[in-house]
Design a protein around this ligand. Structure first.
Ligand SMILES: NC(=O)c1ccc[n+]([C@@H]2O[C@H](COP(=O)([O-])OP(=O)(O)OC[C@H]3O[C@@H](n4cnc5c(N)ncnc54)[C@H](OP(=O)(O)O)[C@@H]3O)[C@@H](O)[C@H]2O)c1
Length: 508
């Protein structure tokens, strides 16, 4: 039985604005297919995909079938597919220039809702361009498709939430006129990724780690998210966002918050989010000095990736010939509190780099006495690697004796591969996000104060480091990024840790 927070049975009406778009076809429809195949959603469930183009129900279902087949994580089963398609409907609606369409939609929806036995949870998923978020939410409220403070009326909003601090505040004001915080599910799809969800389990479920999780035992933390891909036809979007808004403001700072937050009182969404926001508040802002210190920005030029020549960022479609948008960032962050004082947190992310990986590396301090044992000299420090993608898993590097008569030390990796242990059964991020929104669990979504703190940090980066003053392009596609990035940890006597985990079955 599928129940609300109060324990009453619920059905589901899922409305996707942007139902003909890329995100819907590549991520949302496959996610809904799997959720239905695994009976995670109620039998009384309708998915209404809203788009502008004129297509028939049959045509839409054919397209949906093809998209699920192409992007499903584990193939498709015909019985499940038929059941999924039977719950899918396409509705044409012009949501910008036709305000009256909302009233007509409400009447149609109410008639459909009345066919359900159990009261419905209404989830509106906004998979549309960000400039439409505020307008759609306002119109949903005016037409009473959503009612403020009704916990069964929920809106899921894609990123980016605003384009800077001021626009994010303005958008939030518009949205909170229509909905209260409990009804808003701001998406950062990284929070739905298995290994990101696993951070809390690793930190707070192991007596091995939590007592060491502080400046006494940890030397530095490195958060890396690199891609070999370029902007892949989304040059227009990237010109407005760049790496700061595409990665730093959301995914990278969310990972930092989960790694550095204090243990929450319990695992309720608000307790977790309270601790995350405290960590983000303690994140030191860069001073607006104008000298780009502690930060390296970059933009890729042409180069070779996997044996293939690729163009530079400025040669991509819909990108300015003299664009000053950064496609790479590396910085040294500090969380100024009792736990983390003095521990540098190195963050780097970029496009068109030498390889693809998102990983968090915790480097523990070396043992103080290690130099007294000749045999232990030069042993590397312990490392904990949390690998988010492509191959999800965890890897713990320790030192042990090499087998044999001689007492020689060796580096040993304790390796946990999620993919090989749970073959094909690891849900994709959007499955988890949709399911948790239905269950009214907002811990996988970003609360407004977290977002506000993230935007403040990003603004301090922008004020300190003017991308327009950088000698772009300053790294070749296929390289490890600009030279300046390598110097950042070196200035502190450290290095970027280039961890190559054993290659497992890779998936994006
Ligand atoms: N694509 C991704 O991988 C990805 C990843 C992360 C976040 N996002 C975010 O997700 C959102 C959607 O991205 P997307 O790539 O899916 O965009 P998209 O492919 O351009 O799709 C836009 C959708 O909006 C609909 N639409 C636009 N104007 C409309 C109007 N006036 N009335 C009715 N429908 C209208 C389009 O309908 P028609 O096609 O019928 O005109 C289409 O379904 C964006 O906020 C993006 O930043 C996307």
């Amino acid at each position: 039985m599928f129940t609300s927070a109060g324990g009453e049975e619920r059905s589901l009406l899922m409305m996707i604005f942007g139902g003909t778009g890329d995100l819907t076809h590549r991520k949302l429809l496959p996610a809904l297919y799997h959720l239905m195949a695994e009976r995670q959603l109620p039998e009384e469930c309708s998915v209404i995909c809203i788009g502008r183009r004129e297509i028939s129900q049959e045509e839409y279902r054919l397209q949906a079938r093809a998209s699920v087949a192409a992007h499903s994580r584990s193939g498709v089963d015909e019985t499940h597919m038929e059941r999924f398609l039977s719950k899918l409907q396409y509705r044409r609606m012009e949501f910008v220039s036709d305000p009256a369409s909302y009233g007509a939609f409400r009447e149609w929806l109410s008639e459909n809702e009345a066919l359900f036995r159990a009261p419905a949870v209404r989830i509106f998923f906004l998979a549309v361009a960000p400039e439409h978020f505020g307008l759609i939410v306002s119109r949903l409220r005016e037409s009473r498709l959503i009612v403020k403070r009704n916990p069964d009326h929920r809106v899921m909003i894609e990123k980016p939430f605003g384009s800077d601090l001021a626009s994010a505040r303005k958008l939030n004001l518009t949205i909170t006129e229509a909905l209260d915080e409990r009804q808003i599910y701001r998406i950062d799809h990284y929070l739905g990724k298995e290994m990101i969800r696993n951070i809390l389990a690793i930190r707070f479920g192991n007596s091995l780690f939590e007592p060491l999780w502080n400046h006494h035992y940890i030397d530095n933390i490195q958060i890396t998210s690199t891609e070999t891909l370029g902007v892949e036809g989304r040059g227009g979007y990237y010109e407005r966002s760049g790496i700061l808004k595409d990665m730093l403001q959301n995914h990278l700072l969310q990972m930092l918050a989960l790694i550095t937050m204090e243990p929450p009182a319990d695992l309720m969404p608000e307790s977790i989010r309270d601790e995350k926001v405290k960590a983000l508040r303690a994140l030191r802002r860069f001073a607006p000095s104008g000298i780009c210190e502690g930060i390296a920005l970059g933009q890729y030029g042409p180069g070779v990736i996997n044996g293939r020549q690729v163009p530079g960022y400025r040669e991509e479609r819909d990108v300015d010939d003299d664009s000053s948008v950064p496609t790479f960032i590396a910085l040294r962050a500090s969380v100024d509190n009792f736990r983390w004082g003095g521990v540098p947190i190195y963050i780097r992310a970029g496009k068109r780099l030498d390889r693809q990986r998102t990983q968090i590396v915790i480097e523990f301090k070396r043992l103080p006495g290690i130099n007294y044992y000749q045999e232990f000299r030069d042993q590397p420090p312990n490392l904990l690697v949390i690998q988010v993608q492509p191959a999800e898993g965890m890897h713990f590097q320790i030192n042990a004796k090499r087998p044999g008569n001689e007492f020689r030390m060796d580096q040993v990796e304790l390796d946990y591969s999620q993919g090989s242990r749970f073959q094909g059964n690891v849900p994709e991020a959007y499955e988890q996000l949709i399911l948790e929104a239905f269950r009214a669990n907002s811990s996988l979504f970003t609360r407004w104060d977290e977002l506000e703190q993230s935007w403040m940090f990003v603004e301090s980066v922008e004020k300190m480091c003017d991308a327009g003053m950088q000698p772009f392009p300053n790294y070749a596609a296929g390289s490890r990024g600009p030279e300046r990035a390598g110097l950042l940890p070196r200035e502190d006597g450290r290095e970027w840790l280039e961890i190559q985990l054993p290659r497992r079955e890779e998936k994006e």
